[in-house]
Write a protein that binds this ligand. Structure first.
Ligand SMILES: Cc1ncc(C[n+]2csc(CCOP(=O)(O)OP(=O)(O)O)c2C)c(N)n1
Length: 578
């Protein structure tokens, strides 16, 4: 009897000790998950959580100036490290402000957990103040989402959220938490060690027979081409890709997202294909007999008109997401699996080979392309954007990570930056989100630390979409560098108006503030550059500056990105001047 009582008493003590409110449970879970940084913005329903944050100094909360930036920053953090990035917003407007960032992460397969506050459970469905059905809104742009209706479900839901975001094909996951789920208490037995979800079992190892078939096809190929995308980065398959390319002497073509997975200067690198890609890359795909596509999804910006894309070859497609296989192009050998794991086996079966004739043909095309580029550089004025990007690559010497916004400058980076470091380009390719550049750079910088310079290259339009984040950089001491290619227009849209809409430039001239004064008003060091001679020196100075810095490069208006494949056109019909 006495023994029973004492056990009961002990259990009671433990019970009360481990009875926690939802806010503290969430913090315990995030710490157990290894979360060190959350990009967020408070609001009424989140206050119980912000109230307890100071008890958990392991978690650093970065107060952004707009929730969209929180989502992009979490995305940048995730892409830079392949770890899950975390962002947070309050119910209603806070949650909807996250939406663009969540959709961006979804389209580019970035692992993000978005936490949103929700109105109290009893108010859900009553058009309560700041109520939004955020799980409904984000259903098509998340890998999965939950509304947590019971504090007792919080820990397992968070475990599942991180698991889903970071495994298989990475992607964003949203967890919506009502205010009174944060405040009500429950017994917390610790963060679950593992999670089982019926119906969610990503296939990681490719099918052995298909891998062997693929190797046979590669061994017999006369004109093979590798077409690599973001999946190489997410699975960190850089060495395996290099081994395959060099052993079997196969040229490597990269989508925008795959660009930094293979060094630009490598003799086998053909750069980017597609709408603004290299002509020689498009020709090589067209004339290849075996196309080995991996971790890429045959986006229309890559393929151009599908009727004329890769008509003369057999296609091997390696991708972790089975839904990608056969979605846009018919595939001869489908391999579902993680690119790294598949290549590790594939490489065992691929023979050493030389493709001298094939490479000579490509060299011939490449020569024509190089001549076109030289002509382009020669005719350009005092401060051409192409020159700035080339110089940026030279000054930074392969150390830096570059994020971009969306527009002409993004394509100049893709075409002219010399990528030497694996996973050094972070850009919104799938959704093409203006405003991505600065906040994603903030996330990447926080992830990578002091030794890796992080630069964002942005346009004067895109920068104005999230320039308020300069304040975040100053308050939180985030040492990012910003290069604005300032042409006074929404350049890429103006280019389309020039080429396809008779040059009627409606709503594309765009004014901006004096970016140098603006930066200084925020407490950011800034320079204006108007001539080639100042470019290298100023980049070096900004890079060496111990704090956030901005360069306003005044570039000519009306400069265009070539080559350019008209939308819906064949990649072989690229135009090279307007
Ligand atoms: C949020 C958003 N709105 C609109 C667009 C359409 N868009 C694509 S490029 C572009 C112009 C970008 O101009 P700027 O930022 O000045 O860069 P530039 O093209 O001049 O380098 C626009 C409006 C977009 N991609 N994202």
């Amino acid at each position: 009897m006495a023994t029973t009582t004492s056990t009961q008493q002990q259990a009671d003590v433990r019970f009360t000790q481990r009875e926690l409110d939802g806010a503290r449970i969430l913090c315990e879970c995030l710490i157990a998950e290894g979360v060190q940084i959350i990009f967020g913005y408070p609001g009424g329903v989140l206050l119980p959580l912000y109230h307890v944050f100071s008890e958990y100094p392991e978690i650093r909360h970065i107060l952004v100036r707009h929730e969209q930036a929180a989502a992009h920053a979490a995305d940048g953090y995730a892409r830079a490290t392949n770890k899950v990035g975390v962002c947070m917003g309050t119910s209603g407007p806070g949650a909807t402000n996250l939406v663009t960032g969540i959709a961006t992460a979804m389209m580019d397969s970035a692992p993000v957990v978005a936490l949103t506050g929700q109105v109290t459970r009893s108010l859900i469905g009553r058009d309560a103040f700041q109520e939004t059905d955020i799980t409904g809104i984000t259903l098509p742009i998340t890998k999965h989402n939950w509304l947590v209706m019971d504090t007792a479900d919080l820990a397992t839901t968070i475990k599942k959220a991180f698991h889903i975001a970071g495994t298989g094909r990475p992607g964003p996951v949203l967890v919506d938490i009502p205010k009174d789920v944060f405040t009500s208490k429950t017994y917390f037995s610790g963060y679950p060690a593992e999670v089982k979800m019926r119906g969610y079992n990503p296939t990681v190892f490719g099918h052995a027979r298909q891998i062997k078939q693929a190797a046979k096809l590669i061994n017999e190929a006369q004109r093979p081409v590798l077409l690599v995308g973001h999946g190489v980065t997410t699975s960190e398959a850089y060495n395996e890709l290099m081994e395959l390319a060099e052993r079997a002497e196969i040229p490597v073509i990269s989508t925008l997202q795959g660009l930094s997975s293979f060094p630009t200067a490598h003799p086998l690198s053909l750069g980017m294909p597609g709408m603004h890609g290299n002509l020689h890359a498009n020709h090589a795909i067209n004339e290849s007999d075996v196309l080995i596509a991996m971790g890429m999804r045959f986006d229309d910006r890559v393929t151009g008109n599908l009727k004329s894309f890769a008509r003369n070859c057999k296609i091997i497609h390696i991708d972790i997401d089975p839904a990608e296989i056969g979605k846009n192009v018919p595939v001869h050998i489908p391999i579902v699996g993680d690119v790294k794991k598949v290549l590790q086996v594939l490489n065992l079966h691929v023979n050493a080979a030389k493709h001298t004739e094939w490479l000579e043909k490509i060299t011939h095309w490449r020569g024509k392309d190089a001549a076109r580029r030289e002509n382009e550089m020669a005719r350009l004025g005092v401060l051409p954007p192409q020159f700035i990007i080339k110089t940026l690559g030279e000054v930074l010497g392969g150390e830096a990570v570059i994020t971009t916004d969306v527009g002409q400058h993004q394509m100049y980076v893709a075409q002219h930056f010399n990528f030497r470091k694996a996973n050094s380009l972070i850009s919104s390719g799938g959704l093409g989100t203006m405003g991505f550049g600065l906040p994603s750079a903030m996330g990447a910088k926080m992830a990578l630390g002091e030794n890796v310079p992080v630069w964002t290259v942005t346009g004067d339009g895109g920068f104005q979409m999230n320039m308020q984040e300069l304040a975040t950089c100053v308050q939180e001491k985030i040492n990012v560098k910003i290069a604005i290619l300032n042409n006074g227009v929404l350049g890429m849209i103006r280019q389309w108006q020039q080429v396809f809409y008779d040059g009627r430039y409606h709503s594309t001239p765009i004014t901006g503030p004096d970016f140098v004064k603006l930066a200084e008003a925020f407490g950011v060091r800034a320079w204006r550059v108007t001539h080639r001679d100042e470019v290298a020196r100023t980049i070096q100075e900004a890079n060496d500056w111990d704090g956030p810095a901005l360069i306003d490069f005044i570039i000519p208006q009306g400069e265009n990105v070539f080559p350019m494949v008209p939308p819906g056109g064949s990649n072989l019909d690229a135009i090279t001047e307007a």
